[in-house]
Design a binder for this molecule. Sequence first.
Ligand SMILES: *[C@@H]1O[C@H](CO)[C@@H](O)[C@H](O)[C@H]1NC(C)=O
Length: 212
Amino acid sequence: MKSLIACVIILFGVSQIYGLDPVQQLPEVHGNKFYYFGFGSNMLAKRIHIQNPSAKFLGAALLNNYRVDFSMPSKFWKGAVATIVPSQGAKTWGSLWEIDLVNLPEIDNQEAVHLGKYKPVSVHVKLQNYDPEIPARLYVITNEPKGNVHDMPPSEVPEDRQPSKTYLQVLVKGAIESGLPEEYVTWLTGFKHNNQTVQHLEELLELQSVPL
Ligand SMILES: *[C@@H]1O[C@H](CO)[C@@H](O)[C@H](O)[C@H]1NC(C)=O
């Protein structure tokens, strides 16, 4: 028994040294940090810093061949929240952050990975004016939404695909703050919302002056 335990300990040590630790194997991990792509509420610095004070903003980043969509109404936000869906030729803009690896469990928790609502995905994004692709972590809603909100006129966006006014204000504020292209900000600003507000978040994230 003792030798078995010793063996396990040695194997664990070797796997650490040779980088077999599954987290260290993720392409977005480098040393004790990882890259994270926020395309929803985590485009906004004040929002991401609530749970991840170590997040350092690297710039506006582009994810090709995915579209942003809205789905899975949340009680916290009083409306649908953002996800991304593989979509040939589509572009999703967001904010690229560098976060301490010790905070990875917190960001998994914020995204309710343990409840199976979201799953982490490793993608490659591009910063503006910097050619190499950067591996980054993001989170998608596990149940992919049916139908593409980009194809729906505002009057035809179903209730369960409409974000709250507060959530949409967070996205617009985050997109402007991160320097996302104007066209993308305009699309977000014009998206159909359900007119619900979350008062404590309006105050905490200073959203009152964000026009929709
Ligand atoms: C949106 O909500 C506000 C109150 O928060 C209300 O005054 C306004 O009429 C609502 N707009 C629509 C289109 O329902």
